[in-house]
Design a protein around this ligand. Structure first.
Ligand code: FE2
Length: 383
């Protein structure tokens, strides 16, 4: 099947969940220095290192650390030598997400069902074994140089998968309360959003949850369009952004210019106590976007809560002090905040989100958020 690169105006309707994804399995970043990246995610973000692969384990190609917090598994990997796929990827993209791992019941079946529907394969299912059991992994391509890995790990009792050995003293580090991945956003080129919406629908059985057009998401300078795709059990959400024509360079274009192509823009991580989580992260030196002006807390939020008849359980003064954003809809509300890019390039960043009923993405905050991003773009000379 060929995926047509054209706009399909028909609404995407629910259909059988043929891929049967269980949940996010891991996210792997390819970086320049895995040891230091692991230190950053451990000490700034509260992850615990649980597994390692590298020279000491007999791996002479790359160094790789697996870090865990709640259900989130983050893998950071760096190459030892120049003529490798990892080093080539790093040369072009800098530090960034290579693989979004998805847990499946059957890695061979996931490969077969997606590639027969038009996905391009990276590799067929391969089974790795060690004393802890076995894990099967297959992979397909998605936007840019990013891939999806299908991981079948039923019954595996090791820390990650064969080739990785347990590290650390077994004691969890002091976490910041991050519990699970909520969604992972991809930035794609102008005119490509609908291509990837169809890709996720046709090859992976996702349905479209929401569509934000450039009228909803625009400021004086930048605009973007976004569609949110969701899998059958609702646990995996992939918003896809594309730039829209604005007066100046949009944040999506800035990303594409510095990542040198499409890729993961942000990873949103859930907490059930955002005030604690953000206070901890700030204390550990994690940088967030500039907080919105006082009018946002004194007027915008108050008005939105009244309109939706929503009562907030958290202390609004603490929310203001930490620069947390709030959005409400008919189902409830959500609290969210965005980090600055975590590397040198203005590419990958993180979102911290707490949901209280709302299943939205903070559309009511897009304007405040983008104006904040634009102030930072202006400082970088990329607006
Ligand atoms: Fe988000």
């Amino acid at each position: 099947m060929v995926i047509q690169d054209s706009v399909d105006a028909r609404p995407i309707t629910q259909e059988a969940d043929f891929l049967r994804l269980k949940a996010f399995d891991h996210v792997e970043l390819w970086v320049g220095n895995a040891k230091q990246a692991a230190y950053f995610y451990q000490h700034a973000f509260g992850f615990t290192p649980i597994a390692y692969s590298g020279l000491e384990t007999g791996n002479r190609k790359f160094a790789s650390y697996v870090l865990q917090q709640g259900k989130i598994r983050l893998v950071v990997t760096a190459p030892y030598h120049p003529n490798t796929e990892i080093s080539a990827h790093h040369l072009v993209h800098g530090d960034g997400v290579k693989a979004i791992g998805l847990e499946v019941f059957d890695a061979a079946e996931a490969y077969e069902v997606t590639t027969s529907r038009g996905a391009r394969g990276v590799h067929e299912a391969m089974t790795l074994s060690d004393d802890f059991g076995q894990v099967s992994i297959s992979a397909i391509e998605t936007y840019g140089d990013t891939i999806h890995r299908f991981v079948e790990r039923s019954g595996y009792e090791g820390p990650f998968w064969p080739g990785y050995e347990p590290i650390g003293d077994g004691k969890p580090r002091k976490t910041v309360g991050l519990a699970a991945i909520d969604h992972i956003v991809g930035n794609v080129e102008l005119g490509k959003m609908n291509y990837w919406v169809k890709f996720y629908h046709q090859t992976m059985g996702f349905r479209q949850l929401i569509h934000f057009d450039d009228a909803a998401i625009s400021t004086e300078y930048s605009a973007l369009m976004s569609k949110v795709m969701e899998n059958g059990n609702g646990r995996i959400k992939f918003p896809i952004n594309e730039p829209a024509e604005g007066r100046k360079r949009s944040q999506i274009e800035e990303y594409l210019d510095f990542y040198h192509g499409p890729g993961v823009q942000h990873i949103a991580m859930l907490t059930d106590d955002i005030i604690h989580t953000v206070a901890e992260l700030r204390d550990r030196g994690v940088e967030f976007l500039t907080p919105p002006p006082d009018a946002y807390y004194d007027e915008v939020i108050i008005q939105r809560l009244q309109e939706k008849n929503v009562k907030v359980k958290e202390d609004l003064e603490a929310i203001r002090k930490l620069g947390i954003l709030l959005d409400a809809d008919d189902e409830g509300y959500l609290l969210q905040i965005f980090t600055r890019p975590v590397g040198d390039r203005p590419t990958l960043f993180f979102e911290i989100i707490q949901r209280r009923g709302s299943r939205g993405f903070g559309a009511g905050n897009f304007k405040a958020l983008f104006e904040s991003i634009e102030r930072e773009q202006a400082k970088r000379g990329t607006l």
